[in-house]
Design a protein around this ligand. Structure first.
Ligand SMILES: [Zn+2]
Length: 491
């Protein structure tokens, strides 16, 4: 087994798969030796992950002990002839510097053959008469919110006095043997002492214990321990919606929940449900942005943010943007060579949904889109760089290229939406419907081009995607605002 720092690319697994037991045929496909595949398939190993939250203790600084996230991994039914069991952490790069401070290996059986350092894998000793089972305990110490360590290592769970929150992709290791990844029946359970509520992207909010028949190493999700400051529970098109707010700030879970419910209902109606389970929104008082994961959204609302901010159209657009990523960015996987597609089109379509559901005024839709276009004209590479340019990264830390991706990208999405409607097509959401039906979740530039060519956008593509022309978006927005059904989508 190779133990470099990045031995395995993270697997792109559609959300839907994550909750289904992996089939024997999947096992066979990943194993080089067909005879061996039959052995494995006839006896599926079982891997159980148990994560226990242990709150810190003590009132004064000197006596205080920070909380611990204690993970126990138990496996049975591994093939004793298939090599030593190895645990592989996928998102290790970010915290290589912090392992001794924040990660500790507890009791293991069998013993550890090599320690965690310096790679992202831990190999267990293989006894002569190994029965194919193991038990490993790993302790994670969350970084205190507001510290340099927490700012530097965003993959670490964080803690503050009333809550602790983390991402699953960095916590739960995958199990490997010599033939590759062990495909097992997996489950995860979460526990916390009395008074510490548990919430997860898999199941929303629960009181003190949760168990899920999921493989927690698939995709990324959010976990939180602590009593929410405010909560909202609703439903949209059969999907449960939980909004949970943590920390100290104005209570905003209910107003956020109210518009998430409206937006999600419309998005689910048009685009279907690419995920199983609830839509869980975690709001916390740390950071300044948001992120969508396969299981849950995280949004910040800091303690010094005024209460009116929650109903400002800018904040609503921010929330809608993250929500829309569940479809574009997660279900239709993000591809950083076309960042402008998953970010710019998300920016536009989330704005369109805000107007079409009546959360914002249609006038604000027009104002905001003009504002985005104007900012792109002034501060981005729009006009110099073509959207079709894949020669360098679209991420430059909010520099001219990334600004073009987000802001000019949203104008490009609008231009496509308008052109489609003017030619009698239903609109841009049809492209997403098409992509959501695809077998492969990824999307490439040439696939976008092919769809556009097939839907009368050949000229638009040549000018604004292959070329560097800037459309006359101000007058195009005025045209769209005159169209009686611009904010409707009939497929
Ligand atoms: Zn985004």
């Amino acid at each position: 087994m190779k133990l470099s720092s990045r031995p395995f690319a993270s697997q792109a697994v559609r959300n839907l798969c994550a909750l289904l037991a992996l089939s024997a045929s999947t096992d066979a496909a990943l194993l080089p030796d067909p005879l061996h595949a039959i052995d494995i398939a006839s006896e599926t190993p079982i891997v159980s992950y148990h994560l226990a939250f242990e709150p810190g203790t003590g009132e004064s600084m000197l006596l205080s002990r920070p909380p611990v996230w204690r993970l126990t991994i138990e496996a049975v039914g591994l093939d004793p002839n298939a090599g030593a069991a190895t645990l592989v952490w996928r998102h290790w790069d970010d915290w290589k510097q912090v392992d001794s401070l924040f990660v500790e290996v507890g009791e293991t059986s069998p013993a550890v053959e090599n320690a965690l350092l310096p790679g992202n894998a831990m190999v267990l000793h293989q006894p002569d008469q190994w029965d194919g089972s193991f038990k490993v305990e790993v302790l994670y110490r969350p970084a205190q919110a507001g510290t340099h360590a927490q700012a530097a290592w965003g993959e670490l769970p964080l803690w503050s006095p009333s809550f602790s929150i983390g991402q699953t992709r960095s916590l739960f290791p995958q199990v490997y043997q010599d033939y590759g990844r062990v495909h097992a029946q997996s489950s995860v359970s979460l526990t916390a002492p009395d008074g510490w509520a548990i919430a997860s992207g898999w199941g929303g909010s629960n009181s003190s214990m949760s168990r899920f028949e999921v493989d927690p190493t698939h995709g990324n999700g959010l976990l939180a321990f602590g009593k929410p400051l405010d909560a909202f529970s609703g439903e949209a098109d059969g999907a449960r919606i939980d909004v949970l707010q943590y920390g100290r700030a104005h209570k905003v879970a209910k107003p956020v929940g109210a518009y998430v419910e409206k937006l999600a209902a419309a998005m689910l109606d048009d685009l279907g449900r690419p995920f199983i389970g609830p839509i869980v929104v975690f709001i916390n008082d740390r950071g300044s942005g948001g992120m969508a994961t396969d299981y849950g959204l995280i949004l910040s609302y800091s303690s010094d943010t005024p209460d009116w901010q929650v109903s400002s159209p800018y904040y609503q657009h921010f929330v809608a943007h993250e929500l829309f990523h569940l479809w574009l960015g997660i279900a239709i996987e993000a591809n950083e060579s076309i960042t402008w597609f998953h970010e710019g089109f998300t920016e536009y379509l989330s704005l369109w949904y805000l107007a079409s559901t009546g959360v914002i005024e249609k006038d604000w839709f027009a104002e905001r889109l003009i504002e985005l276009g104007a900012e792109a004209e002034q501060k981005s590479a729009w006009g110099d760089r073509a959207f079709a340019d894949q020669s360098s990264s679209w991420r430059d830390g909010d520099g001219p290229i990334e600004t073009m991706a987000y802001k000019a990208g949203s104008v490009l999405a609008f231009e496509m939406d308008l052109a489609l409607r003017q030619q009698g097509h239903p609109g841009l959401l049809a492209l997403l419907q098409h992509l959501l039906k695809a077998e492969e979740p990824g999307i490439q530039l040439n696939e976008l081009e092919a769809w556009c060519a097939a839907h009368g956008l050949h000229e638009l593509w040549a000018k604004y995607v292959d070329g560097t022309d800037i459309p006359d978006f101000r007058s195009d927005i005025a045209t769209a605002m005159e169209m009686p059904d611009f904010f409707e989508f009939e497929d």
